[in-house]
Ligand binder design. Structure first.
Ligand SMILES: [Zn+2]
Length: 291
């Protein structure tokens, strides 16, 4: 077993009911070592259950992901993704106030034109928060969104980029998002793994986005919509970036997908290292709220 999994094994939480429909009837979707992702028989939601608890996750984010921010600074490919995702959201809303939850070093917020946008971020990692302030002049509140009191402040756009799958309680997190949006404000969820993707179905635990220590919940746009609808959100548009991304290489991805499907059909999923970039892997979607 990998060292990080070994070390975190004692931090396992208790088993929970489905975060969407409350059912306790599941079947196993995929497993990595001792962490199993269960699919709800009621609504189809997939969650790591039980998952690593808050104390374990603190150790994980503090130790194992320490270098992630530094890597992000150098990450040219991600910069292309920021541009693609910014162009997407800009079609629906092009000025106002934006709050990026888990904004890291402010790289995505920096795509937002400061003459049209009042930009703000929330970030738990103080290095990243300082970088965003220093490098881009972006106001960043240090802390965990779940615990912060933002007073009466409301926003036109709330961004969750690669964030919601890390939340222990996505329902209350999204409810809080609803509370800080203005009427007709928008919620932008992007760079979140799509459990309904072809890759997820084919590769299961070998899907490269199946990282069950930190990715606690696996959504589709429909599953997110099930959580968001009761808070007044309506889906505006969804998109799955692939061909236009720097990660795509169609002939290579096709070839590997074909080989891997044949291996899996022979019962040899175990020898596959990881999955391919492919259509549908990542969710990009925008909702609007009526209050
Ligand atoms: Zn359910």
């Amino acid at each position: 077993m990998e060292e990080v999994y070994k070390r975190l094994k004692k931090y396992i939480d208790k088993k929970r009911n489905c975060i969407i429909c409350g059912s306790n009837k599941f079947y196993l979707w995929g497993r990595l070592y001792y962490l199993g992702a269960l699919r709800c028989r009621g609504c189809g939601m997939v969650s790591v259950n039980p998952h690593i608890n808050e104390d374990g996750l603190k150790i994980f984010y503090g130790t194992y992901l320490r270098n992630r921010f530094e890597n992000k600074v150098l990450c040219h490919d991600r910069k292309i993704m920021y541009k693609l995702e910014y162009e997407f959201i800009n079609k629906f809303i092009s000025r106002g106030s934006v709050l990026d939850l888990g904004c890291s070093g402010g790289f995505f917020l920096n795509e937002f034109d400061r003459r049209k946008w009042k930009r703000k971020g929330i970030e738990i990692d103080s290095n990243a928060a300082h970088y965003a302030k220093k490098k881009f002049g972006i106001e960043v509140i240090e802390g965990d969104f779940s615990d912060l009191d933002l007073g009466k402040e409301k926003f036109d756009l709330v961004v969750l980029r690669g964030v919601i799958e890390h939340c222990i309680e996505p329902g209350s997190y999204l409810k809080k998002c609803a509370s800080i949006l203005r009427n007709k404000g928008m919620l932008f969820i992007t760079a979140t793994p799509n459990i309904e993707s072809f890759c997820a179905e084919v590769y299961r635990e070998k899907w490269r986005l199946f990282t069950p220590i930190e990715h606690l919940h696996f959504f589709s746009v429909d599953l997110l919509d099930k959580i968001l609808h009761p808070f007044g959100f309506e889906l505006v548009e969804k998109k799955y970036f692939y061909e236009e991304t720097p990660y795509a290489n169609l002939p290579r991805d096709y070839e590997k997908m074909k080989r891997d499907i044949l291996l899996i059909a022979k019962g040899r999923r175990d020898i596959i290292k990881d999955s391919v970039p492919f259509w549908g892997n990542m969710i990009t979607a925008v909702w609007t709220i009526k209050k």
